[in-house]
Each structure stands twice: as structure tokens, then as C-alpha cells.
Design a protein around this ligand. Sequence first.
Ligand SMILES: Cc1cc2nc3c(=O)[nH]c(=O)nc-3n(C[C@H](O)[C@H](O)[C@H](O)COP(=O)(O)OP(=O)(O)OC[C@H]3O[C@@H](n4cnc5c(N)ncnc54)[C@H](O)[C@@H]3O)c2cc1C
Length: 460
Amino acid sequence: MPGLMSGLRERLGPAGLVTDPAEMAPHLVDWRGMFRGTALAVLRPSSTEELAAAVRLCAAEGVAIVPQGGNTGLAGGATPLGAAPQVVVSLARMTAIGPPDPIGMVIEAQAGCILHNVKQAAEAAGRLLPISLAAEGSATIGGIVATNAGGVNVLRYGMARDFVLGLEVVLPDGSVVDGMRRLRKDNAGPDWKHLFIGSEGAFGIVTAAVLRLAPLPRRRAVALLAVPDLAAAISLLGLFQDRIGEVLSAFELISAAAMQLVATQCGLIAPVAGGGWFLLVEAASSLEGLTPAVEAALEAAFAAGLVLDGTLAASEQQARALWALREHLTEAEARAGKSLKHDVSLPLQRMGGFLDEMAARLSVLAPAARVNVFGHLGDGNLHVNVLPGETPPERAPAITRMVHDLIAAAGGSISAEHGLGQYRLEDWRRLTPWPERALSLGIKRLLDPDGRMNPGKAIG
Ligand SMILES: Cc1cc2nc3c(=O)[nH]c(=O)nc-3n(C[C@H](O)[C@H](O)[C@H](O)COP(=O)(O)OP(=O)(O)OC[C@H]3O[C@@H](n4cnc5c(N)ncnc54)[C@H](O)[C@@H]3O)c2cc1C
């Protein structure tokens, strides 16, 4: 398509159009190395206007667009498919961060900003952007919004959606919608920005966001606990909610198998004697008395026989070391080889039954497989990942199908926080009741009638 390429070169300049295969290569494969695709080019616009002009050129030629941020997504959503002509749009050059407003509690950032950098800017003003995940050194604001990212602080603060006050987006026809309002209250018409939050690039391209900030807690208490079983872990969640619920900011579940992988693959050893499960618990506040309140809750937990062993970090350095165990879980699993990831959520009272039934069915379907479970227990979100071992690769779809079927039967979701991407699209089609699917498809047709926004991902 020489006409398109010369038009794009003219609009974007040499730094904005990448066609060299070696430079394009990292954009054509996902973080896990599971999905690979091809693209005509990688576009790197430096402004919303440049991006909008490029989108109009692509629309005129019928070329599909795959938005890409930090490429840390775990569902293959940012990887182009090999089929129809596509370009990848990388937001990597759109990285402006506005000055935080510490009284209005907002910050503005362009879509290509790395999450960590935006958090640092907020912290320099004494405020917190409470979206926290292990990939925050690479994940971008655009990707965070487009996937409605979760992470370890959802229990207290909510998902990315809860922090988006305003959005700027480029629609599939190249028009720009500027909704960069800093308002907490705005009932003037339907709140269209929520269509784009969590839509995985299937409706348009997020170019900038106004994000709500929270007070920055000046103190935190971090504990690692070993518990005998899942029932004890869930009872402990109730106990902590009763006693320190207002300041509870993370309640992370780690199976003994997952902790073992962090030890063998990353050399990080848990400083408590293991039971069946571990919990990483964090409470944070600026008020005096946080640590005594957490200590009292821990004493009650031991007295109730819910905890086998535990440690409360005595310094910020120890707190970081405990968090490092949690933050290396995904990395450790990746180092152990390819896994089948299942990012599910379900009501807490169904969790134990689901895990038992899944283990029983897996032992028949794939006796050589191992299960690696961890997750955000406080949100009912488990990462139920299967390490296939010697299991024949052709059995993978049946394993995922089995897990997702059990989740659907338990009233859960097959995509708690990572999105559908291309990885889960087929099961979303299979398991989503028609009226609900029809609604999503109808919105897609309205916003993207030619189906050129991230085809084959998220909706279809
Ligand atoms: C080690 C590790 C830990 C992780 N932990 C968590 C976790 O705890 N919680 C969690 O929710 N996720 C987690 N993730 C997944 C991932 O980091 C998030 O999904 C993140 O939001 C993706 O951001 P990104 O910029 O890398 O997006 P990408 O991977 O580049 O893209 C993700 C999706 O968003 C779309 N997209 C990207 N940018 C835009 C844009 N500007 N406009 C429109 N669409 C866009 C893409 O097309 C794609 O569909 C983890 C990933 C890793 C590797």
C-alpha cells in the first residue's frame, strides 16, 4: 500500500513510522511470547492530531488498527493478527504528564505515560494514584484504561475505572472526542467514557486521561501469614474487615506451590513456615495507631487458630522484601515455562468448591499438570494457572474450557482483570448469554461499523 505509507510518512514524520522488521519485531509479539502477528507498520504519533490524521488515512484504505501501550497485557490484545492488513499504533511518544492538583486531587496524563511515572508525579505532590501492579514499570495509562486494570489495591480503592474522571479518545473514523473534564460530578448525559474503559482498544484509541488521586498514606503495615487452608484465609479476610477494614489495602493469596516457584525460579524465600496457603496483608493510613491496630488484629487471628505462622514487617525494607515475593509470582511462573492462564473471579463462598472440583477434573484430563494459584482474595479474583508439564499441547483447549465452564457454573467471570484479548474471546462467545453479547456487539457496530478497531480481540 504505497499510497498509505507515503501519506503516513508525511503526517507522522520519520520518527513516527516504523517499517524496519527488526524495529517492528517487539511490537508483533505479546509479553508471554504466546501470540505473534504481522503488521504493515508500527505508527508512533507524537500528538493526538497526528494520531487522528493517521487513523483517517487508515480508514480511507480500510486498514485495521491495533492500539498498543506497554505491551504487558496477558491476553494477546495488543498483538496484531496475521490476517487483514493492520497497523500497530504505539502511544510510546505521547508521554506528557500534567502538574498534579493536590487539592482538586487530579492528574492528567497522555496515554503513553508509564504508570510508575504518573504515580511518582502524584507522590511528589503528596498524593496517591492507587493502581498498583507488578508490570507498572512498563504498563501505560492507555493500556491501564483500555483493560480496566485491577492489581493489588482494588480491595480498598477499586479498579482503573474508578479513577478515570475524563478521557480523550480518537474514534475509528479519526474524529477526536475531548472529554478531559476534571469533574467528580457530571450527570449531563450518558457517561460515554465508561464504554472505552475496559474495551481493549475495540472501540477507539485512548489518547489522554484525567485521573482521580487519593490521599497518600504515610504509614503502612505489611504482614506475611501462613494459613492451613482456604477456609482459614477467607475467615481471616472477615476478621481483618471487622477490625481494620477502613485501612485494609491489600489481601493477597499465594498458594504454597506459587511460593515454591518464586523460591526456585527467582531465589526469593518466604520468611514464614508454610501451610497450604500464604497471605500478604497490607494496611495503610496516615493516622497514628496503625501498627498497634494491625498487631491486635494479628493476635486475634492467632488466637482464633487461623494462622500457623506469620511475620509483620518491622521496617520499610522488610515490607518491600515481603512485597517482592508477591510481585515475582508472574515472573517466576513465566520462567518455569508456558502456562495456561485463567484470570477468574467468583463469589468467595464458591471458591473452595471450585478449586477442589477443578483439581479433581484436571487430575483426569492432564495428570502431569500442576496448578499454580495466586490472586487478589479480597476481590474474589484468582489466577488459576496450569503448568502443563508433559501434558500433550493439544489438551490445552480442553483444560481451559473445563476451568471456564466451572467458573461460569459458579456464577463467576472468566476475565476478572486481564481482559479477553484474543486469548479468551472464543470462551466469551461460548459462555456469554446472547442478550448480553448482542448488546456488546451492537455498541461495537455503532462505534466501529467497519470492524477496523483491534479486530479479533475483546468483542466479536
Ligand atoms: C508481571 C505482570 C503482572 C501483571 N499484573 C497485573 C495485575 O495485577 N492486574 C492487572 O489488571 N493486570 C496485570 N497485568 C496485565 C497488564 O499489565 C495490564 O493489563 C495493563 O493494563 C496493560 O497495559 P499496557 O500498557 O501494557 O497495555 P498493552 O498490553 O499494550 O495493551 C493491552 C490492551 O489494551 C489496548 N490498548 C493499549 N493502549 C491503548 C490505548 N491507548 N487505547 C486503546 N486501547 C489500548 C490494547 O489494544 C490491548 O487490547 C500484569 C502483567 C504482567 C506482565
